[in-house]
Design a protein around this ligand. Structure first.
Ligand code: AP5
Length: 232
């Protein structure tokens, strides 16, 4: 299965991508996560960036701005070439504009592979700001939670080196940065919807409902895609 997750910041792309990655046994590739890992001293796959570029990326993310297309496309090119992507992958947060979409098409063509679907999670803006104000992550295990919708389970606590005790808020989840990210989503990223609709790849699921309902809708939407993929 090769899937792109599309949706506004906080629409639930990462939550669904993490779950689908386990379900289908394929990696979740989050460009946001990869960029954030630079702060922990990790390097991007196949790239060694000087500290001033890492600092610049960090500042762009904190302020809700895009990282350059050149770096982002190279990150994806290196990442999908790794052996764990042979049976598929879930792109979470890439592409985010038409040039990135075109670059992805070129990469897929180069590797003679194709996308099975682009799954859009549609959540209205008013719900996003509320939702992101409750999002927290655990710096020890990297899992994302929500103060109202998704707190750590006993199993998650048991498998985290610090028991998910210290949940913190992302810098770019402050309301003023969230509003800026939403404007960019509508002005830039949403152009990918007609782009993928024309390719017959776009599937939309409403993500405003309770998490359990969104999970059921996503699974139902992907069932026929998976069936067609296996039969092809
Ligand atoms: P990134 O990390 O990708 O941020 P994003 O796209 O803005 O998405 P988020 O991670 O904020 O939200 P999400 O949709 O994954 O929602 P989640 O599942 O956590 O990117 C960060 C930054 O990196 C960008 O701003 C940019 O600077 C840079 N970047 C990344 N990719 C780039 C690219 N391609 N080009 C250039 N720059 C790039 O859910 C949100 C919360 O809601 C959670 O707490 C969750 O528990 C909860 N939740 C989820 N679903 C539900 C539900 N149905 N009901 C109730 N609560 C729910």
């Amino acid at each position: 299965m090769r899937l792109v997750m599309l949706g506004a910041p906080g629409s639930g792309k990462g939550t669904q991508a993490e779950r689908l990655s386990k379900k289908y046994g394929i990696p979740q590739i989050s460009t946001g996560e990869l960029f954030r890992s630079l702060r922990k001293g990790e390097q991007l796959p196949g790239m060694s960036l000087p500290q001033e570029v890492i600092d610049e990326i960090s500042s762009l993310i904190n302020n809700g701005c895009f990282v350059s297309d050149d770096i982002t496309i190279q990150v994806i090119e290196n990442r999908i070439a790794l052996p764990d992507c042979e049976n598929g992958f879930i792109l979470d947060g890439f592409p985010r504009n038409i040039p990135q979409g075109e670059a992805l098409d070129a990469l897929l063509k180069k590797h003679s592979i194709h996308l099975d679907a682009v799954l859009e999670i549609d959540v209205p803006d008013d719900a996003i700001v509320d939702r992101l104000s409750g999002r927290r992550y655990c710096p020890a295990c990297g899992r994302t939670y929500h103060l109202d919708a998704k707190m750590p389970t006993e199993e998650e606590r048991a498998t985290c080196p610090e028991g998910c005790r210290n949940l913190i808020q992302r810098d770019d989840d402050k309301p003023e940065v969230v509003k800026k990210r939403l404007v960019t989503y509508h002005d830039v990223t949403e152009h990918l919807k007609p782009y993928y609709k024309e390719q017959g790849k776009l599937i939309t699921v409403v993500g405003r409902k309770k998490l359990e309902k969104t999970i059921r809708d996503v699974d139902r939407a992907l069932e026929s895609i998976e069936k067609n993929r296996i039969e092809a």
